[in-house]
Design a protein. Structure first.
Length: 210
């Protein structure tokens, strides 16, 4: 039961902070005039890039900690602040500056590889999602089962994100910008809770080391 709760927690947190539903209006806008084949190619690239970024940094997280002498509790506090910032922006109904800026969005209209940037990164795989994955991958007992659950949760989120983006036109027609903002705000509330949890756990861990 503990494993199931942990898996669902990781899944919900990663899915919320990737927020593929919130990315739908931006994808529709940036791929306006694209053929179905071209849009599908952009979606495949964006999910692949997001997955590579998240999993890559997640596996390298331990080595990064060792190189810079960072303790997981310190990273939890800093990561919690960053995640909360992303959540705060989502609660206000806007895309976080840690994910995509207006300049990047406008610049992307001039590029063909928008699946890499800004959709793949930083819109999907931004600092918040990467940080969350690193923390969950390293914070528990270190048992292989825990790490496998995190990997499976991320892969499931990436698959669902692909489906959401694949049917983005239909979703956008049904929910529009207003519906997307409402969903983003609900997810923002969940992410804010995750961020606070990271900060509290980090502070508690630092206190135990004193």
């Amino acid at each position: 039961m503990d494993y199931l709760i942990f898996f669902l927690t990781v899944f919900a947190a990663i899915f919320s902070i990737l927020n593929p539903v919130g990315a739908v209006p931006i994808l529709v806008s940036l791929t306006e005039g694209y053929t179905v084949k071209e849009r599908d190619a952009v979606i495949r690239i964006s999910v692949a890039v997001a997955g590579g970024m998240i999993l890559g940094f997640m596996f390298l997280g331990t080595y990064i900690f060792q190189i810079f002498g960072i303790d997981i509790y310190d990273f939890q506090i800093a990561g919690g602040v960053l995640v909360f910032k992303v959540a705060f922006d989502m609660l206000q109904g806007k895309t976080s500056n840690t994910k995509i800026t207006t300049a990047e969005q406008e610049e992307s209209r001039q590029r063909s590889a928008i699946g890499v940037a800004p959709i793949g990164t930083p819109l999907l795989a931004g600092p918040g999602s990467i940080t969350t994955a690193i923390i969950y991958f390293n914070e528990r007992s270190g048992f292989l089962t825990d790490k496998l659950l995190v990997i499976v949760a991320i892969l499931l989120v990436l698959f669902l994100s692909f489906l959401v983006l694949r049917y983005s036109l239909g979703i956008f027609k049904r929910i529009g910008n207003t519906g997307s903002l409402i969903i983003s705000r609900i997810m923002g509330l969940l992410i804010a809770s995750v961020g606070v949890g990271f900060i509290v756990e980090g502070i508690a861990g630092v206190i135990t080391l004193l």
